[in-house]
Design a protein around this ligand. Structure first.
Ligand SMILES: NC(=O)c1ccc[n+]([C@@H]2O[C@H](COP(=O)([O-])OP(=O)(O)OC[C@H]3O[C@@H](n4cnc5c(N)ncnc54)[C@H](O)[C@@H]3O)[C@@H](O)[C@H]2O)c1
Length: 286
């Protein structure tokens, strides 16, 4: 089944997606900013009898995207599927997140799926081939939370950008889908940071939140990979993953003010206390 490109495929949802499409017979271009983990994904796929190659890509760099797209098309032809998955988490209230936090967040989580889609849709339409773009948004796209405002803003942008792309290219054989996962067991929190505190406090916070994410998240990244496959097969516009994601999706459409009110109940001091408590519980359980 053709060629699949996955960004951020060195971990979590990206790795599970790369593995799933490789099992379906796709040649997978595994890309990540982290060379070691990206190559590990390739090794896992090859060991399972699939086809994959690694190519380093920092999705925040628009110029790198162009070189990357040129390389993919020259080596493998225009891909059938691009999964814009790479992403980061920055926690902290609105006034705690700096301008740099916001710029980094918007560049990686919002701009990069649009830049990536642009690079490949352009080549798909030029070559006259059919193709599919999947953007990993989040249930956060429908939750105006006070604990990670830059994250949910970026994800809402990705969701709407996906719909705009779909409106423009849907009639030209290009499928476009947004996946909106709820809580998934990955390294997102452990790889993340917290605005408004110094680097070592931020690292400790991410470590504690990461341990909680691994322990309390109800589902594996494979669930998201399966949703991506479904989205491509049926060309679905929005695919929430998990009960809380479905609740956010329908809740926000039915009553934005109710969802905003509920989201606003959780502020950083409460979130920090919950993270501290979960860390103590997990420490005691060890
Ligand atoms: N885990 C969840 O609960 C959850 C929920 C909703 C949405 N998501 C989204 O799913 C996507 C995948 O996240 P995950 O949960 O698998 O996290 P993860 O941290 O396990 O994986 C993210 C990957 O992206 C890579 N990455 C980060 N910055 C990059 C950059 N600039 N260029 C290239 N690669 C980069 C990381 O190296 C890592 O391999 C993200 O967009 C995230 O926002 C995750």
């Amino acid at each position: 089944m053709g060629v699949t490109v996955v960004t951020g495929a060195g971990s979590g949802i990206g790795r599970a997606t790369a593995q799933r499409f490789a099992r379906r017979g796709s040649t997978v271009i595994v890309s990540d900013i982290n060379e070691a983990t990206g190559k590990e994904t390739v090794e896992l796929i090859l060991a399972a009898g699939g086809k994959a190659v690694f190519r380093k890509l920092d999705v925040a760099d628009a110029e790198e995207w162009e070189h990357f797209a040129d390389w993919v098309c020259a080596e493998f032809g225009v891909p059938d599927l691009l999964v814009n998955n790479a992403g980061i988490l920055i926690g902290g209230g609105f006034l705690e997140q700096s301008g740099d936090d916001w710029r980094r967040m918007i560049q990686i989580n919002m701009m990069s799926p649009m830049i990536g889609a642009r690079a490949f849709v352009h080549r798909m339409t030029e070559a006259g081939t059919r193709g599919h773009i999947v953007n990993i948004a989040s249930a956060g796209a429908f939750l105006p939370t006070a604990v990670a405002p830059s994250y949910v803003t970026a994800k809402a942008g990705v969701w709407l950008g996906t719909q705009a792309l779909r409106a423009e290219f849907g009639g030209q054989g290009i499928g476009v889908s947004a996946i909106c996962p709820g809580l998934i067991r990955t390294n997102l929190a452990a790889n993340g940071s917290r605005g408004g505190v110094d680097a070592s406090d931020s690292a400790g916070w991410a470590q504690r939140l990461g341990a909680g994410q691994q322990f309390f998240s109800p589902r594996s990244p494979e669930r998201v990979a399966a949703a991506i496959e479904r989205a491509v097969r049926w060309n679905l516009s929005t695919v929430p993953v998990g009960a809380e994601a479905w609740l956010a999706w329908y809740g926000y459409r039915l009553s934005p003010s109710l969802i905003r009110g509920l989201s606003g109940l959780v502020r950083m001091p409460l979130a920090d206390r919950a993270i501290e408590l979960s860390s103590r519980i997990l420490g005691g359980a060890r």
